[in-house]
Write a protein that binds this ligand. Structure first.
Ligand code: RB5
Length: 148
């Protein structure tokens, strides 16, 4: 898969760990995050990654900041983005299967690398189930488009 990864200064080490972990599995990782520990602003990287996913330039995205919250909030402001913060693998799997999430986010200050690996594995391996879930995804899009 072609996956975009974005992060702020809090999550450089976690980003590098997950990037290598996924590259070792054969994925192509596009790094739009910061590689510096110098303080910066997470919306920059949430937007960059979200734009690539929204334009279809990547299959999906991974975002990491201190908590995963700020960077996912920023990403969710981009049309068609469904970014979810997960601190355990079960939610990551269901977020893809039921919610057709296209970005998974987590916090470098919240979880360790082993849990992060499980989260990305579940997210990337799961498939959207469609069916009864599509109506709800369509409703989310309707909210986004001001139709509801
Ligand atoms: C940066 O200090 C921190 O606020 C950020 O990494 C993230 O946790 C925001 O949600």
């Amino acid at each position: 898969m072609k996956i975009v990864i974005g992060n702020d200064h809090i999550a450089v080490d976690m980003k590098n760990h997950i990037k290598k972990y996924l590259e070792d599995k054969g994925h192509e990782i596009i790094n739009v995050g910061t590689d510096s520990y110098e303080r910066t602003d997470y919306p920059i990287y949430g937007k960059k990654a979200a734009d690539m996913v929204a334009k279809g330039e990547c299959d999906c995205g991974i975002l990491i900041c201190g908590t995963g919250v700020g960077i996912s909030l920023a990403a969710n402001k981009v049309k068609s983005i469904r970014a979810v913060v997960c601190s355990e693998p079960y939610s990551a799997k269901l977020a893809k299967q039921h919610n057709n999430a296209n970005i998974v986010a987590f916090g470098a200050r919240v979880i360790g690398t082993a849990t992060a690996e499980m989260i990305v594995d579940e997210f990337l391996n799961a498939e959207y189930e469609g069916g009864r879930h599509q109506k709800r995804i369509d409703m989310i899009s309707a909210i986004e488009n001001g139709e509801m």
